[in-house]
Design a protein around this ligand. Structure first.
Ligand SMILES: *Cc1c(COP(=O)(O)O)cnc(C)c1O
Length: 388
């Protein structure tokens, strides 16, 4: 058997490696607390689960779904975008259902990137932007996200020749892994940049509902002219505790969505219609109160973790968005060394910053997708292991 050469360009998926180490310790009877993967621990809203039960009983949902997504799901996304962001979308042309946003983020690269093309990828970042660029034969150009710039890329630093050759700019705010947030003014600059160089702006809005203390995350489509150059990936996974359901939407530029559709119709056959209809229930009139309840929970967890880690002597700040903390490691450790120390001596899983790119060096990421009790226990164990 000879595997494709492109496989060799891909590093092992980050969490698969961490999982292996974790399982080895668990087999030795160690009680592991995972602050690793960002997967909500709380259940999907009951009325969404009920909607799935009901819709799965309707034989009309048992056949192949519509390629672009059920018209009623696309309409529900458009209605939600008007209510939430004040953004008008044509559900027929400017909304497409996805089997999770990861699927859409991966496939849009195949619709735009030829071998040799450049893609502007934040560093650190969610790995999919980089890995699918590599798989498609493109070259990622990394835009460092630095603390002193609020974890926003400095687009003025991008060489004009590079910008001319770039096909896509990826952005993700609130950000995974840095927990940085963007303003509408920053999105304006990004839209201007993409219009000037004819680049597709792909905004990954996976955490746009997870915000705190009065901060509301904007959609990139709120910027005038964004619809000419931008596609936003809205996922139901994180706000509605639906990571296992695989339901999301790509919204924005219709030409880009048509191109994405060509890849998708030749690859998958859409998401189960009953899941799409359950997605409609999630985006319905109970969405806002559910999201507010969840954010109150994450906010309390932030308080516990920030207090706990501050006691350890770590310089951690409470972010305005996402359910992560991006924590500088103490002097004398690399992020990988500190991650290993926490796993082996405290039984606590965190993710090393370099797992998300070279500029993640010196940080660990902590996910607040765990109960207050376990989070407190994790902080206590870290305190016993490392006192600075
Ligand atoms: C979780 C996550 C996703 C994937 O979400 P799905 O819709 O479940 O595929 C996309 N982007 C970022 C930054 C994420 O953290």
């Amino acid at each position: 058997m000879k595997r494709a050469k492109r496989i060799a360009t891909i590093p092992p998926y980050l969490f698969a490696e961490i999982d292996k180490k974790k399982q080895a310790l668990q087999q030795r009877g160690v009680d592991i607390i995972s602050l690793g993967i960002g997967d909500p621990d709380l259940p999907t809203p009951a009325h969404v689960v009920e909607a799935l039960h009901r819709e799965a009983a309707d034989p009309a949902t048992h056949r192949y779904p519509d390629y672009e997504g059920a018209p009623e799901f696309r309409q529900a996304v458009a209605t939600y975008y008007r209510r939430r962001f004040g953004v008008e979308l044509d559900p027929d042309k400017e909304v497409m259902a996805l089997i999770g946003s990861k699927e859409g983020l991966a496939h849009i690269i195949w619709a735009f990137v030829d071998p040799g093309d450049l893609v502007l990828v934040p560093d650190p970042a969610y790995p999919v932007y980089r890995t699918h660029t590599l798989l498609a034969g493109g070259t990622p150009v990394y835009l460092p996200l630095r603390a002193e710039n609020g974890f926003l890329p400095n687009l003025d630093e991008v060489d004009a020749e590079v910008a001319k050759r770039a096909k896509i700019l990826f952005l993700n705010y609130p950000n995974n892994p840095t927990a940085g947030v963007a303003t509408v003014e920053f999105f304006q600059r990004a839209v201007e940049f993409c219009r000037r160089y004819e680049i597709l702006l792909c905004h990954d809005a996976a955490y746009c509902e997870m915000t705190f203390d009065g901060y509301r995350a904007p959609s990139v489509l709120e910027v005038p002219g964004a619809m000419d150059v931008a596609v936003e990936f809205y996922s139901l996974s994180k706000p509605f505790n639906m990571t296992g359901w695989r339901i999301a939407a790509a919204v924005g530029n219709s030409e880009a969505l048509r191109a994405l559709g060509i890849i998708k119709t030749n690859t998958d056959s859409g998401q189960f219609t009953a899941v799409q209809r359950a997605g409609i229930a999630a985006l319905g009139d109970r969405a806002e109160s559910f999201i507010a309840d969840m954010n109150r929970i994450y906010r309390r967890r932030q308080d516990i973790a920030v207090a706990g880690l501050t006691k350890v002597g770590l310089a951690v700040e409470r972010p305005a968005g996402s359910f992560y903390l991006w924590v500088p490691v103490p002097d004398g450790y690399t992020d990988s060394e500190f991650t290993s120390l926490l796993l082996e001596k405290a039984g606590v899983v965190v993710v090393p910053g370099t797992g998300y790119g070279a500029s993640g060096a010196g940080y660990i990421r902590i996910a607040l997708t765990i109960s207050e009790e376990r989070l407190q226990e994790a902080c206590d164990r870290i305190l016993q292991t490392v006192k600075l």
